[in-house]
Design a protein around this ligand. Structure first.
Ligand code: GLN
Length: 478
């Protein structure tokens, strides 16, 4: 094999199972690629080579003995720095957790490891997953492999860039308001936000617990299905984990067809002012492609879309303010050396440990939850959230799946969105999905005149991932 780093997960498995390569060879190829490109791309915060190669050696022994843990045994997977892998650093790209090592494996890591997948390094992110460009990382700026002068998107920019730069065949990430789909679109790869409760959040450092969901970033739709097959399913350690069966998605792709599929086009998304021409054109071409493949399209309405950003930034910050209260300089994480008493210890540890965006969100969240403003903001946002969810239920009476752009424009340049509101607007098309709890996927669909990738987003009802994969797969193969 000439260049192993270009392989998808499925292709890696073929070569491993055919004994054409070993896991050690495969992992070495990716480690070399990280050494080659990561000084520029900066997708990884950490990569423990010895640990990866030791796991690869174990995997090779199992395969040689004829007892691999699964067809995927020995394949490396990049891990976003907010997902716990026992004994590896888990910093959430924050100074406050800079030297923290996870004390147990997250639910998804247990599942990955029991299929033989190898956790491969810690990918960069916006601090505590708050951001849309990776510029909020306390440690480094990840660059977009398609143009290093542009951001990779966020908050899972490290995972998306690592996959796009062939530093790893696939990666895990988390999506609270678009953090898997938006960086996947910016880097030209596939990003899945599973249905809320499909994938365990146990061991994922919480940002906004009612919105957070772990999902894969991959090169292909098939790989996305393979990874959901692996990480999905019930976990007794997560009380919001669904007990529904989860699996067979990759197998199910064989029958993928979109004949007769009703694709809904939410008019509020397409009416957005400020959408770039190339993104609009790309979505229109995708719609045309689906029509040629035998799908029908219908215009639908999601009337409360205009409130989704406001609603998201109230719910998410409220939950973040509560979740981040645990970083107090006492139990774990950074402790300020400048404090003289307990109160100063809280204030200085948090003041010095958290970055600007995280502080902004904690203040906003504390404000909307305060007794004087709870009814006016938090409670109202919860009601709006219900209306947004109902919008989707109503839309799915007229169609099976929704098709929209992922972002209003392609990857921007570093520093271009220094106004936080401008930054927040890059999530206009993605936050509603988390508020609804449904599933969605972002897949590459074209390029803008500067060669930067454009994605389209498919959204489906709760637990309709199979439909999502079929539709995305048919499009990918066209
Ligand atoms: N960019 C959004 C935010 O800053 C979404 C983040 C996410 O999905 N983790 O909150």
């Amino acid at each position: 094999m000439s260049d192993l780093t270009q392989l998808s997960v499925a292709q890696c498995a073929e070569l491993l199972n055919g004994k054409q390569i070993s896991s050690v060879e495969l992992c070495k190829a990716f480690i070399d690629q990280v050494k080659r490109v990561d000084p520029t791309i900066q997708a990884f915060l950490a990569l423990e080579e010895d640990r990866v190669l030791a796991a690869a050696g174990e995997s090779d022994k199992r395969r040689a003995a004829g007892s691999p843990l699964s067809a995927w045994d020995g394949i490396p997977i990049g891990i976003k720095d907010c997902i716990s892998v026992k004994d590896e650093r888990c910093s959430c790209a924050s100074k406050i957790l800079e030297n923290f090592k996870a004390v147990y494996d997250a639910g998804v890591i247990r599942k990955l490891k029991s299929s033989g997948f190898i956790p491969f390094g810690r990918t960069n992110m916006d601090e505590f997953a708050m951001g849309s460009s990776c510029e909020n990382s306390a440690f480094q700026k990840t660059r977009n492999p398609r143009n290093p002068e542009c951001v990779p998107g966020g908050s899972s920019g490290g995972s998306a860039a690592a996959v796009a730069a062939n530093e790893v065949p696939a990666a895990l990430a988390s999506d609270t308001g678009g953090s898997i789909r938006q960086p996947a679109a910016f880097c030209g790869v596939v990003g899945l936000k599973p249905t809320y409760g499909r994938v365990s959040r146990f061991g994922l450092v919480a940002f906004a617990s009612s919105l957070d969901q772990i999902g894969p970033i991959t090169k292909t739709v098939e790989d996305s299905a393979i990874l959901l097959d692996t990480i999905g399913g019930h976990d007794p350690n997560d009380c919001t984990s669904l007990e529904t069966e989860c699996g067979g998605f990759a197998e199910g792709l064989k029958n993928a067809s979109v004949k007769g599929l009703r694709i809904g086009l939410p008019k509020e998304y397409y009416e957005l002012e400020g959408m770039s021409d190339s993104v609009r054109r790309c979505a229109e071409e995708a719609i045309e492609t689906f029509r040629k493949l035998g799908a029908e399209t219908v215009e639908v309405s999601l009337p409360h879309t205009k409130y989704s950003m406001a609603c998201y930034y109230i719910v998410a910050t409220a939950e973040a303010s509560a979740n981040l209260a645990r970083f107090d300089g006492v139990r774990y994480g950074y402790r300020s050396p400048h404090a003289r008493d307990v109160l100063e210890n809280y204030m200085k540890s948090r003041g010095e440990g958290f970055g600007t965006e995280v502080k902004r969100r904690i203040m906003l969240g504390t404000y909307v939850l305060s007794s004087g403003y709870y009814d006016a903001y938090y409670l109202k946002a919860q009601k709006v959230r219900t209306l947004i969810r109902r919008d989707f239920e109503n839309a799915y009476k007229q169609c099976d799946i929704l098709l929209t752009p992922v972002t209003p424009a392609t990857a921007f340049r570093f520093g271009e969105k220094s106004d936080p509101l401008q930054m927040y607007l890059s999530d206009v098309f993605t936050t509603s999905l988390n508020l609804s709890g449904n599933c969605g996927i972002s897949i590459p669909a074209g390029k803008d005149p500067n060669g930067m990738p454009i994605g389209i987003q498919l959204m489906a009802p709760a637990l309709a991932e199979q439909l999502l994969f079929h539709t995305a797969y048919a499009f990918e193969r066209r």
